[in-house]
Ligand binder design. Structure first.
Ligand code: PLP
Length: 282
């Protein structure tokens, strides 16, 4: 596989990073994951906008323009023959002798690589995924897509140990989001409920696209927190993320949601999302 590191396209075995990289030593960095379908980038503009925002919030300059990043992503997808999968991007503050504070000379590290993965035709679409609720142990700036992912790694391990596919993180009785996805429920009268964007969650790109499409179709979207209890009694539930698109959640903490099968609203949302994703892919 060819990867991109600091201005160069090199074989993954030839790419070397400093042991003093602050991404490694401090978790001083951010990332993005963009889906690839039929060799094209999905929701690229949304991911680039969030990348710019995250970089600005932690005050790391982008070493190349967003336009150049998109070209690098397209080149990696082509050269690595990625038909379906993801492009991962990581931007860190750079490498310097270890010190909490950094100098004005420090140069950011930019790394991109691709991963081949089946995204569209996965068992989860027909079967639904099971979710385990866990405490949200993260920091107070979850709107920044930071590489400090230890709480999410721990949450996913707990979920997996219980035979679940994803963790939904709980704060004050309310669901914040999935460990690597946005969380939704559908109420008995057919409203789609998900938390509004704030520093309590990551503003999902898939969420942004899906909610706009839902509203265009006249579906009712309610942006508000929902409790674990409300989720357990919801008619349908789902999650969204770049690498899952829209996937039904059919079990939470072992309890079936609705009739325990993927419901019509989530199915429709997935179809709407995928149709638009294909149409706008680059
Ligand atoms: N929330 C968290 C904590 C995430 O890590 C992710 C994706 O990795 C999402 C939500 C979904 O965001 P997106 O739809 O942009 O992939």
């Amino acid at each position: 596989r060819i990867v991109y590191l600091n201005g160069e396209l090199v074989s993954e075995n030839a790419a070397h990073l400093s042991v003093f990289d602050r991404g490694f030593l401090f978790g001083d960095g951010i990332y993005e994951v963009t889906a690839v379908l039929e060799g094209k980038l999905i929701d690229s503009a949304l991911h680039m906008a969030r990348l710019e925002r995250s970089a600005r919030e932690i005050d790391v300059p982008l070493p190349v323009s967003v336009g150049e990043i998109v070209e690098i992503e397209r080149r990696l997808v082509r050269d690595n023959n990625v038909v379906e999968g993801v492009v991962y991007l990581q931007l860190t503050r750079g490498a310097e002798d270890r010190n909490f504070l950094f100098s004005s000379e420090i140069k950011p590290t930019l790394l991109l690589f691709t991963q081949v993965k089946t995204l569209e035709h996965v068992a989860a679409v027909d079967k639904g995924v099971s979710v385990k609720s866990v405490a949200d142990l993260r920091w107070a700036r979850r709107d920044i897509k930071s590489v400090c992912l230890l709480p999410q790694v721990m949450a996913k391990r707990i979920a997996k140990a219980e035979g679940c596919d994803e963790a939904w993180m709980i704060e004050d009785g309310f669901v914040t989001e999935g460990a690597s996805s946005t969380a939704y429920i559908v109420t008995d009268d057919g409203r789609i409920v998900t938390r509004g964007n704030s520093s309590a969650t990551l503003p999902g790109c898939t969420r942004l696209a899906a909610l706009e499409l839902a509203r265009e179709q006249g579906l009712t979207v309610e942006e508000r927190p929902f409790s674990l209890d409300e989720a357990l009694n919801a008619r349908e539930a789902c999650l969204t993320s770049a690498s899952n698109f829209v996937v039904p959640v059919t079990r939470i903490d072992g309890k079936p949601i609705g009739d325990g099968k993927p419901g019509p609203m989530v199915k429709r949302l997935r179809e709407l999302y995928l149709e638009n994703a294909r149409r706008t892919a680059i």
